[in-house]
Design a protein. Structure first.
Length: 170
């Protein structure tokens, strides 16, 4: 009798363990993916001579500003913010890769951008300070993936490469 009770108890425990085990449930929803700032201006051809400028609307006696001095001194890349974390739902970690690039401009070259662009973490973009990317506008689409699969977010971010050293004046 004791043997039957022990076997019955073990079978009950085994049934509970097997019955309560859920498969890994994961999902991915990128339909609301959004960047806080969905564009980045990259200035091509900066030199140390470009570190001294006047603020727009400043008087001649106002002190000059040095908008690129630290960037040039530290060879700091052009960096975007990542997308809002809550706008992509699903299991982490997420893998964000470049899916496609649409270009605007005569000299724009998507292949050069693909070589120089680095995607870090959840969609933060980095481009070297002294880039070889030709002038133009680049509209980026990303593939976002996790353990449950992947999905493409079309036209999520724009990179504008310009040689205008004072884009804030435009």
């Amino acid at each position: 009798m004791r043997k039957i009770l022990v076997i019955g108890f073990l079978m009950t425990l085994l049934g509970i363990a097997v019955g309560c085990h859920d498969e890994d449930v994961s999902y991915l929803d990128v339909s609301a993916m959004e960047y806080p700032l969905n564009s980045m201006t990259v200035i091509s051809g900066l030199t140390l001579d470009d570190t001294l400028t006047m603020k727009p609307g400043s008087a001649p006696w106002d002190p000059p500003t040095y908008p690129y001095k630290s960037r040039i001194k530290n060879n700091a890349p052009w960096v975007s913010l990542g997308f809002y974390g809550g706008t992509v739902e699903g299991a982490r970690p997420l893998l964000v890769t470049l899916e496609s690039v649409k270009v605007k401009g005569e000299k724009a070259n998507a292949e050069v951008l693909k070589e120089e662009l680095v995607i870090v973490g959840e969609g933060r973009l980095e481009i070297p300070l002294y880039t070889k990317i030709p002038l133009g506008e680049y509209v980026l689409s990303f593939r976002v993936a996790n353990v449950s699969g992947s999905d493409v977010v079309e036209d999520a971010f724009t990179v504008i490469v310009t040689d205008d050293k004072t884009p804030w004046l435009n």
